[in-house]
Design a protein around this ligand. Structure first.
Ligand SMILES: Cc1cc2nc3c(=O)[nH]c(=O)nc-3n(C[C@H](O)[C@H](O)[C@H](O)COP(=O)(O)OP(=O)(O)OC[C@H]3O[C@@H](n4cnc5c(N)ncnc54)[C@H](O)[C@@H]3O)c2cc1C
Length: 630
């Protein structure tokens, strides 16, 4: 039985936000349905124009995550373009834990999380590490910690030097600004004065009531150990220092995911935009000569008997499936390194050695302190104790639940950290990166193993400080384990493979050790619980002890990137600067996987800026082709 159309939509007509989506737009009722009894619809595709009962979209966007929502919104601004956005998960707007800024850790290992793990990491005692990944509209922008950082201009200039022509800071800066609708906070005068205010993606300083007292003490302690205070990291002139984060939270105190920001009812009701949720893109269908993608195979369930659908693209198929999903779909479709594909039993149609190679991620190692009773926000993990704050948030959008939890951090260069942990900021030498390569991130809760491993004393209060490597020399890969997108790929970020990364991590741990004995922060800390030491033992902990703890506990800070990077083909690039996959004329990639190299901080703003710029590039191509037809 072919699926009925309402089944293609995850929203009931009673869900007001998506009422427009639940009434299919004219383009959505024209899917090619598989012949009775077949599960493979690819044979139904011709390479010509529209067939009986089919509708061709101009752009098919695979993945309604961070970048996908931006692209769908911007491209559908042109009413002459027919846009299809396909997302495997449901709407983030249905999930309270996504909308409450402090709620995101509650999404871990739920149906809104793919929850893959890495392959064993030799430098981390062969541990396999959990990697949270949003499976919903908005993708990871709907489950992340909401820290907003433009990162260092030099990061993007380096991208350009590495062959990503047109993706330097001067090219991207207008798009950071275009995307952002910064909401000034009365308690933080001057912050954000230089920022985009007209954009749909809302950001703000969370303000006093949404900031824990230990966080404030952490920020005050920075200058005492040599880390300058920087109240606004998002100024091109200075992107380092110790700071309280700005976050993508709107004026109502709710998360501004790209789904919430870019797909409001005025957008999702556009007749030229069709959004399919709970729909997985299984495969790209290539033309018989293997140079072009003619459509994508869609499924709502893994069971092949449950039917498959095909959507066709007359212009481009855009992959915005994230750093794991985009290389995975390409490889499952026969596009990638020959050896990887053959090992997984997939015929290599387009050989492209860059697909899935060069994955990098930011790795962190935390120190988890027991703190003075009542000072942390450990209680937000208890539903009963949280009730008054929940009522406050629901009625006013303020209070502790409007905290993004990752409230403050220090960004610096590891070479400025002395063996004692004191910092002396020096000018970057010629040829060195000027941006930070080290972050000390904090949370006013126990955050060991993403909060999933509870503290030994469950009635205690805790504070986390974690050393984070921002520009790892180590890299790895994403490789399919089979030809099915339903099987998780083999993810290998190669954490700490390169000893230079270990040095950066260690510098951060020394700084944490130093800060823990410096007031006002020290006045809150009782003792480190992980590593389990007395304050005196921790204050004199050796590098060996710090590293032993790090290899036992290090985790991702959730920033995989670069697995389909822009760059010259002979230097490991998978796509060219127009984001076109080498070897195919109309397959584009736009998400964190295209980053040619790491950024000096949290990447979501950069993903959005890249998507904004790419949308303009596509619109320019449309205009050009229309001009050519006149
Ligand atoms: C827990 C967590 C905390 C983070 N904190 C921060 C932070 O504070 N600040 C920051 O800047 N960054 C943060 N990040 C990172 C940042 O959110 C991501 O780098 C960014 O959102 C990635 O965007 P993307 O478009 O590349 O991928 P995603 O947003 O992951 O989008 C990919 C989309 O594709 C969909 N998809 C995948 N496969 C298929 C398929 N086969 N068919 C259909 N759909 C599919 C997914 O469901 C998803 O919606 C965090 C990430 C996580 C997970």
């Amino acid at each position: 039985m072919p699926l009925s159309l309402p089944q293609l939509f995850s929203f009931s007509s009673s869900a007001p936000r998506y009422a427009g989506i639940s009434t299919p737009s004219t383009f959505c009722d024209r899917f090619v349905e598989p012949e009775k009894g077949t599960s493979d619809a690819s044979g139904m595709l011709g390479e010509g124009g529209e067939g009986e009962g089919e509708k061709v979209f101009d752009y098919v966007i695979c993945g309604g995550g961070t970048a996908g929502c931006v692209l769908a919104s911007r491209l559908s601004e042109d009413p002459s373009l027919r846009i299809l956005l396909i997302e495997a998960g449901e709407s983030d707007q249905k999930l309270l834990f996504s909308r409450i800024p402090a709620g995101w850790p509650n999404l871990f290992k739920t149906p809104a999380d793919y929850a893959p793990t890495t392959i064993p990491q030799p430098s981390l005692r062969n541990r396999t590490l959990y990697q949270p990944r949003g499976k919903m509209l908005g993708g990871c922008s709907a489950m992340n910690a909401q820290c907003v950082q433009w990162c260092a201009p030099g990061d993007y200039d380096l991208w350009e030097k590495k062959g990503a022509t047109g993706w330097g800071w001067t090219n991207l800066e207008p798009y950071f600004r275009k995307a952002e609708g910064f909401v000034p906070d009365a308690s933080q005068p001057g912050i954000g004065s230089d920022r985009g205010t007209e954009g749909v993606w809302k950001s703000r300083h969370p303000g006093e009531a949404a900031t824990n007292e230990i966080t404030k003490a952490f920020v005050e302690t920075g200058p005492k150990v040599g880390v300058p205070h920087n109240p606004d990291l998002n100024r091109a002139t200075n992107t380092s220092g110790i700071t309280r984060f700005q976050a993508h939270i709107d004026a109502r105190g709710q998360r501004s995911s790209t789904s919430a920001a870019y797909l409001p009812s005025s957008v999702y009701t556009r007749p030229n935009l069709c959004i399919l949720t709970r729909t997985t893109v299984e495969r790209l269908v290539l033309s018989s000569d293997g140079t072009k993608c003619v459509g994508v195979v869609l499924a709502q369930e893994k069971d092949p008997k449950k039917g498959r659908f095909v959507a066709r693209a007359s212009r481009d198929v855009i992959l915005s499936l994230g750093s794991f999903g985009s290389p995975q779909l390409l490889q499952c479709s026969g596009i990638g390194p020959r050896a990887t594909l053959e090992k997984a039993g997939v015929e290599c149609v387009v050989e492209n050695d860059g697909v899935g190679e060069g994955l990098k991620d930011h790795v962190l190692a935390g120190v988890f302190f027991e703190v003075r009773k009542g000072s942390s926000w450990e209680w937000v993990k208890d539903p009963v104790k949280t009730l008054p704050s929940l009522i406050r948030w629901l009625t006013t959008g303020t209070g502790p639940l409007s905290s993004n939890m990752a409230e403050a951090a220090a960004f610096l260069r590891s070479s400025d950290v002395s063996p004692t942990g004191d910092v002396v900021v020096k000018r970057a030498k010629e040829g060195e990166r000027s941006g930070a390569d080290l972050e000390i991130i904090t949370a006013p809760v126990w955050y060991l193993n993403h909060t999933l491993t509870p503290p030994p004393n469950t009635s205690g209060d805790y504070f986390t400080m974690a050393s984070t490597v921002l520009h790892p020399h180590s890299s790895g890969s994403v490789k399919i384990s089979s030809g099915s997108v339903w099987d998780m790929p083999l993810i290998d970020p190669g954490y700490l493979k390169d000893p230079r990364d270990v040095e950066v991590l260690l510098a951060g741990l020394r700084l944490i050790r130093r800060m823990s004995t410096t007031s006002p922060l020290s006045s809150y800390l009782l003792k480190p619980t992980s590593p389990s030491m007395t304050p005196e033992e921790f204050a004199t902990a050796t590098d060996e002890q710090l590293l032993e703890h790090a290899t036992e506990t290090a985790e991702t800070i959730y920033h995989p990137m670069g697995s389909c990077k822009i760059g010259p083909r002979d230097e490991g690039g998978a796509i060219d600067p127009s984001l076109r996959v080498y070897g195919l004329s109309n397959v584009r990639v736009c998400d964190a996987s295209v980053f040619p190299d790491t950024v000096s901080g949290h990447p979501v703003a950069a993903v959005i800026a890249v998507a904004e710029k790419f949308a303009d590039m596509l619109k320019a191509e449309v205009l050009e082709s229309k001009g050519a037809r006149l």
